[in-house]
Design a protein around this ligand. Structure first.
Ligand code: PLP
Length: 432
């Protein structure tokens, strides 16, 4: 029996698990097993035929990982979830679950670099075209849609621009066509709830804020259970036509007795079965530990980042601060509409001194870690022009929002005085 609640603080501690039925253990056990004894041949056959849900083999499901999946689904307001080995696996599966050779998806241009590479190169090599459009005008998604468009894709709070995506506007366009909106909510768990605005699928890199402690790579796909796949058989053949890889199952029909979760069941029983990007039970356990304090942590992340943004905005060395709290006009209106839980932990700023000042700033930091990551309990910093974006031409860097003096921060949970003191140290060095 699991505790019922509509409050994230409670769900983070209780959803999907009560004490162990056999020994009363309160913490979720790490089921470090590969396989599971079937009761008898009928039980085994039912599991394989999806007539009954249960464990078969840890590549496609595990009880520890299952608690994480149930907790994520509850927390996000979705119907069911699938945990995966990384955020990259989650974004790849989210698209591959619908799009096949010759199909396309329409994606926002404002993406994490790894997702951009996946879309522009690897999926292209697999015969799936990704059409990139500027999200500033939601109608760009409509304009890029054709008969072979299977999904829309975007990030809620993409860095470096940190301009919040128009979720409801694009989801509504998609629903006219039968095209689901897949939202990567990695930077804004708790802060934004994409399903409330019509998104059909939410994905996470659990590596970041959900895990929170920088210990475990992981990812997840959450099925909103709110998209009528059956209504659009031409548009969504992957879920509406017999799947030869699962003895001809038509997913929307085969999964009906289990609930509106055809999308995520298909991802588990075909893509995860075949490609094998399973999350380890140990990583699921560590991610669950992180999630227990997620709301508390996000509150402090937001409080510290907003204070750090205010501090930087007043400094003469700084040309511009990029954080939703500093935005105005339509960009700010979108942030206020979608980031109900606060403006987020990611913060960018441009140093007037350009490239050299950016490098001097980073090298002078003593508390911030200089790493290519976000969403850790510790404060993190990077200079994109010489690292994450260094392979792009100067023009492409500018288009993605990275100037030579741009510094990206992921503000952690330390005392704000120590965060400000380290920023001060960096600014002094940048000036020198
Ligand atoms: N999505 C976003 C927004 C990210 O920032 C990242 C990683 O930085 C990913 C997806 C990929 O996640 P992972 O590193 O867990 O594969």
């Amino acid at each position: 029996m699991s505790v019922e609640s509509k409050h994230p603080e409670t769900l983070q501690l209780h959803a999907g698990w009560r004490a162990d039925a056999s020994n009363g253990a309160v913490a979720v056990p790490i089921y470090q097993t590969t396989s599971y004894q079937f009761h008898d041949t009928e039980h085994a056959a039912n599991l394989f035929a999806l007539k009954e849900m249960g464990q078969i083999y840890t590549r496609i499901g595990n009880p520890t990982t299952g608690v994480l999946e149930a907790r994520l689904a509850a927390l996000e307001g979705g119907a069911a979830a699938l945990a995966l080995a990384s955020g990259q696996a989650a974004s790849a599966f989210a698209v591959q679950n619908l799009a096949r050779v010759g199909d396309n998806i329409v994606s926002s241009t404002d993406l994490y670099g790894g997702t951009y590479n996946l879309f522009a190169n690897t999926l292209k090599d697999q015969g799936i075209e990704v059409r990139f459009v500027d999200p500033a005008d939601p109608e760009n998604f409509r304009r890029a849609t054709d008969d072979r468009t299977r999904a829309y894709y975007a990030e809620t709070l993409p860095n470096p621009k940190l301009a919040v995506f128009p979720i409801a506007e694009v989801a509504a366009i998609g629903r006219e066509f039968g095209v689901p909106l897949i939202m990567d909510n990695t930077s804004a768990p708790i802060l934004a709830r994409p399903f409330d605005h019509g998104a059909a699928v939410v994905i996470y890199s659990t590596t970041k804020f959900l895990g929170g402690h920088g210990t475990s790579i992981g990812g997840a796909i959450i099925d909103g259970g709110n998209f009528d796949w059956e209504k659009f058989p031409q548009r969504q053949p992957a879920l509406n036509t017999p799947d030869p890889s699962y003895h001809g199952a038509v997913w929307v029909e085969a999964v009906k007795p289990l609930g509106p979760i055809a999308y995520v069941i298909k991802a588990r029983t075909t893509l995860l079965r075949d490609l094998g990007s399973a999350m380890s039970p140990f990583n699921a356990f560590l991610t669950l530990q992180g999630i227990e304090t997620l709301t508390l942590r996000m509150e402090r992340h937001v409080q510290n980042a907003t204070a750090a943004a205010d501090f930087l905005a007043k400094r003469p060395e700084v040309a511009k601060v990029i954080h939703p709290s500093q935005q105005s006009g339509e960009t700010r209106a979108r942030a206020d509409k979608y980031l109900k839980g606060g403006y987020g932990a990611l913060l960018g700023f441009e140093l007037k001194g350009g490239l050299e000042a950016g490098c001097r700033f980073i090298d002078a930091l003593t508390m911030f870690y200089h790493v290519a990551n976000i969403g850790d309990a510790r404060s993190l910093a990077i200079h994109p022009a010489t690292t994450t974006h260094s392979q792009l031409s100067p023009q492409a860097q500018l288009a993605s929002g990275v100037t030579e003096g741009y510094v990206r921060l992921s503000i952690g949970l330390e005392h704000i005085d120590d965060i400000v003191a380290d920023l001060e140290r960096g600014l002094k060095a940048a000036e020198a």
